[in-house]
Design a protein around this ligand. Structure first.
Ligand code: NDP
Length: 458
């Protein structure tokens, strides 16, 4: 009889948990995984994947309009939200099933209930205890909403993917990834969109030029953006509309058909039994781990959003793989997260890697900044007044490229490649020495000549 039912018990069937379970099984470990909702986690079920499908869908309205500049006559197009959601659901069901079948094929025991940790080596599922040599917490996060009067009338990203109809007038609260992505999606699909953010500019933490540029482009699309504004209360009034009182508005409350809160996410630790077992969490409720993903209890690890570090799928996947390799593979492995590119699927999208201008100046005495702001070739015939921003930030002393940022069509696709160069320590001279690929937008990154120099103390 083995000492434990399983060598590795993974709680949570999202990106991090599934990768960790499969890699551990690949190393020959006896592995079980438990998921209380649907396999695939936030990213597959109600995050990155369905969001990207909705971004594609919403883009057609601009594409139909632009086609005329290229000689096409396009009859008035009609859009069906229920048809899109049904197609999206079918694809998500396929992917979720694929996650499960891949786990089974890897030899992982797949369970379909929420799990609770009873002690350092025991997990309970459906009232049944399982002993485990190692336990992995990979339960992800969930939307956070502030408590204001009427908040129960608001949607979050959990519900917005499955609305029966597209709301005509929608208010989006927040200025982060989800807020700007859904503003673009819902606008493109035909809704009137208002975005309300408490800060001075959208996307806090991103490069300031990027933030400003996106704001400008979103405004051109008739997305109404209210900055330095907070929601005071939401009330249901006649005919089902929602009346929203917004701070600092002398014009009175506004009416919407739906309100979407995109005000951040919090670690999902409810019902896991962490306090009872003594697993330490940080002030935001994230499970505290060391560089190997180990909690204060040596047999319990955690990866992904539940640790409240970088909440991105590819990061959770790296962390999950590192834990499995540490416990059952080659030995102690730390996920290398020195360069983490990221994308915001706003319209136009953002791709970014490395430091913003502000962060670069905080760490380097002298930086060179290269910028281009232009109308792409496509927009010359489309007639669309959309501009692209690209920006490189270079360390004045070493000439290494510290950051690359772009707002414009295909920015995420372009930045992925630049992330390799930046991770390898490419200098501005390396960029300059690279032959351009013409005619593309990406070639601007190797033809930037005009620089502005900034010094930390100047
Ligand atoms: P973000 O952290 O990106 O943004 C949250 C926004 O809500 C911020 O603008 C924040 O303002 C605001 N906010 C927070 N609390 C309040 C409050 N009490 N009242 C009013 N506004 C508030 O979170 P998201 O929910 O957009 O996304 C969660 C995470 O998921 C992201 O951070 C990202 O890691 C990940 N994600 C990644 C995507 C991608 O890779 N493309 C897409 C979607 C999500 P302030 O800035 O002032 O704090």
């Amino acid at each position: 009889m083995p000492e434990f039912d399983y060598q590795f018990f993974v709680i949570g069937g999202g990106s991090g948990g599934v990768r960790s379970a499969r890699i551990a099984a690949g190393h020959g470990a006896r592995v079980a995984i438990s998921e209380g909702y649907r396999y695939g986690g936030t990213c597959v079920i109600r995050g990155c994947v369905p969001k990207k499908l909705l971004v594609y869908a919403s883009h057609f309205s601009d594409d139909f309009a632009d086609a005329q500049g290229f000689g096409w006559s396009v009859p008035p197009a009609r859009f069906s939200w229920p048809q899109l959601i049904a197609a999206k659901n079918q694809e998500i069901a396929r992917l979720s099933e694929l996650y499960e079948s891949n786990l089974r094929r890897s030899g992982v025991k797949v369970l379909h209930s929420a799990a609770r940790i009873l002690d350092a080596h025991t997990v309970e599922v459906d009232g049944r205890p399982f002993s485990a040599q190692h336990i992995l917490i990979a339960t992800g996060g969930r939307p956070f909403v502030p408590s204001i009067p009427g908040i129960e009338l608001a949607l979050t990203s959990n519900e917005v993917f499955d609305l029966p109809q597209l709301p005509q007038r929608i208010l989006i609260v927040g200025g982060g990834y989800i807020a700007v992505e859904f503003a673009g999606i819902l606008k493109g699909l035909g809704a009137q969109v208002t975005l309300c953010y408490r800060g001075e500019q959208l996307l806090r933490g991103f490069d300031d030029d990027v933030r400003q540029h996106l704001h400008g482009e979103m405004s051109k699309k008739d997305i109404r953006i209210l900055l330095q504004s907070d929601i005071v209360r939401i009330e249901r009034v006649a005919a089902g509309a929602l009346q929203v009182e917004i701070s600092g508005r002398s014009q009175g409350p506004l009416l919407f058909d739906a309100v979407l809160y995109a005000t951040g996410r919090v670690p999902n630790t409810d019902g896991l039994g962490l306090a009872q077992v003594g697993v330490e969490v940080d002030s935001a409720g994230g499970v505290r781990v060391d560089e190997y993903g180990r909690t204060n209890i040596p047999s319990i690890h955690a990866v992904g959003d539940v640790t409240n570090r970088i909440a991105l799928t590819p990061v959770a996947i790296r962390e999950g793989a590192a834990v499995a390799n540490t416990l059952f593979g080659p030995g102690p492995t730390v996920a290398d997260l020195t360069v983490v590119p990221s994308a915001v699927f706003s319209q136009p999208p953002i791709g970014t890697v490395g430091l913003s201008e502000t962060d670069a100046l905080a760490r380097h005495d002298v930086i060179d900044i290269y910028r281009a702001n232009f109308r792409s070739l496509r927009q010359t015939l489309s007639g669309r007044d959309e501009r692209t921003l690209i920006k490189l930030i270079v360390d004045g002393a070493s000439q290494r490229v510290l950051g690359a940022h772009m707002v414009g069509a295909d920015a995420p696709e372009i930045i992925q490649g630049l992330a390799i160069a930046i991770r390898m320590g490419a200098t501005k001279a390396d960029f300059d020495a690279t032959v351009a690929l013409h005619p593309t937008t990406a070639e601007e990154f190797v033809t930037l000549r005009e620089k502005t120099t900034r010094t930390r103390h100047g």
